[in-house]
Ligand binder design. Structure first.
Ligand code: HEC
Length: 453
């Protein structure tokens, strides 16, 4: 009789870590090794989907269990190349099933690559800031904090710091109730603990300036950093201070209610991870480049498996049994999987792809005599389905197959192209669309390069 999957999972790591002597395990437990162990009955059995929808059947065959979803959807699209994404470098780390599970109910965007790409609804309930002196106003929510390094200038009345001067920048929600714009004080960061107790968990004593900021006048503080203070100043932004306006757009995301989590059990559409793949959540666009970058976009069965897996997660946030089957039969998305096409709301020819081409290419590929005889302003869709002039064995766009689409080669400066990479910039001699634009073109081609959707 073969081992059940569960036995294998439990036994293998213990065998490896404890050596051959199973009874004297360092963990203080003993395992009776019994090759004929019976299948462990599961408390919950999941009946398979028996309908006829080919997307669901395909998903069910490819993704039997949560482990399959992790390995083939998450790991394949995101983590295999160490250092490329989400391995150890980027948050969230997704390279093992347990790391993946740790993203359930975890906050999103806590370590953003760029503050501009933070989604308002990932912003957390902020910590608060207050000076130790009563004449400098009360406590206010922290919007964001940043340490700008640089040669320390002698700031003075006539030469005050500005929004990008060297120093520690702390931007608050409210204007401090004081007339002063420069003073020596101890700035204190307050946190409210889950039991309601408030504590000061960080301080910084120096000369502070209150300067004007584009959002609200008088809410931008700059703390001076002398040489001997550099270490303390450097530490501040790394202390995990909760910033209510991490993306610095003047809006505090937590005002909209509780922040959305990376993965919301039972609610794929309310999970940031899924939002980043679709580029939108609840009808709002999610900033940042669309995931997965530089990897094959997810197809409909991939998406269905991910959706059904998340929908089936225990509502209390406890860890699911990753080796249990994904329940496609009762999954609400099995009713209409075609809806999960990543094209969704955002990436259509009409609303996105044609606009990217118009804006970046129309100047040369338009008008009476377009470059390379390719008009990307009028009749562009039909033109893109034709063979390339430079490489006639390839169509410019091969629906469903970006690797065999010459347009994709030109956009990526692939070694096989004739001429220059596109969009050609006559000033620099090169050019490249943004990662987000490239990701959307790739998704569009992979999903069939349809015109009307
Ligand atoms: C500054 C002018 C300029 C811009 C901007 C420009 N192109 Fe081009 N494009 C050219 C020229 C000139 C050629 C022919 C020479 C070459 O390929 O280097 C060309 C060739 C091409 C070809 C090859 C056509 C074929 O049939 O093989 C494609 C595809 C293409 N461009 C796509 C684009 C796309 C897509 C954009 C925008 C993202 C773009 N180009 C932006 C000038 C431009």
């Amino acid at each position: 009789m073969k081992f059940s999957r569960l036995t294998a999972l439990v036994a293998v790591p213990l065998l490896l870590s404890c050596g051959p002597d199973f009874t004297e395990s360092g963990l203080g437990t003993s395992i009776d090794f019994e090759p004929d162990r019976p299948e462990i009955p599961r408390s919950e059995t999941v009946a398979p989907y028996q309908g006829t929808d080919s997307y669901v059947l395909d998903a069910q065959e490819r993704y039997r269990t949560g482990l399959d979803v992790h390995r083939k959807v998450i790991w394949r699209t995101c983590t295999p190349f160490d250092g490329v994404c989400h391995n150890t470098k980027e948050y969230p780390d997704l390279h093992t099933p347990s790391n993946f599970l740790a993203t359930i109910n975890a906050p999103c965007n806590v370590v953003p690559g760029e503050w501009e790409s933070v989604y308002d609804r990932c912003e957390q309930e902020p910590d608060q800031f207050e000076f130790n002196r009563g004449d400098l106003g009360g406590r206010s929510d922290v919007g964001w904090i940043d340490f700008v390094q640089g040669e320390y200038p002698e700031y003075s009345e006539g030469n005050p710091p500005t929004v990008d001067s060297p120093g520690v920048h702390v931007v608050l929600r409210d204007k401090l109730d004081t007339e002063r714009s420069e003073f020596w004080a101890n700035g204190q960061f307050w946190r409210t603990l889950p039991d309601g107790e408030r504590i000061v968990f960080a301080r910084y004593e120096t000369r502070w300036w209150i300067i004007d900021d584009e959002n609200v006048a008088g809410t931008h503080l700059v703390a001076e950093v002398r040489n001997y203070q550099t270490d303390t100043a450097q530490e501040l932004p790394n202390l995990g201070i909760k910033q209510g306006d991490l993306n610095r757009n003047g809006e505090f995301g937590s005002d909209e209610g509780t922040p959305i989590p990376m993965i919301a059990p039972g609610d794929p559409e309310g999970s940031y991870l899924v939002g980043r793949m679709r580029g939108e959540m609840h009808g709002e666009s999610v900033p940042g480049s669309r995931m997965p970058l530089a990897n094959q976009p997810l197809d409909i069965p991939d998406m269905l498996a991910l959706f059904c897996f998340i929908e089936g997660l225990p509502a209390d946030g406890s860890d699911p049994d990753m080796s249990a089957p994904v329940n496609f039969k009762d999954c609400s998305y099995s009713a209409d999987p075609a809806n999960l096409n990543l094209l969704g709301e955002g990436v259509t020819w009409e609303t996105r792809i044609s606009k990217i081409l118009e804006a970046n290419c129309g100047g040369c590929h338009g008008g009476a005599s377009p470059d390379a005889d390719l008009n990307l302003l009028e009749g562009a869709y039909e033109a893109l389905l034709q063979p390339s002039i430079q490489k006639p064995e390839l169509n410019l766009v091969e629906p469903g197959d970006y690797e065999n689409s010459y347009l994709w080669h030109k956009l990526n400066n692939d070694p096989d192209i004739v001429g220059l990479p596109m969009p050609y910039n006559p000033l620099t001699g090169e050019g490249r669309l943004s990662e987000a634009e490239l990701g959307d073109i790739q998704t569009w081609i992979a999903a069939g390069a349809v015109e009307n959707e």
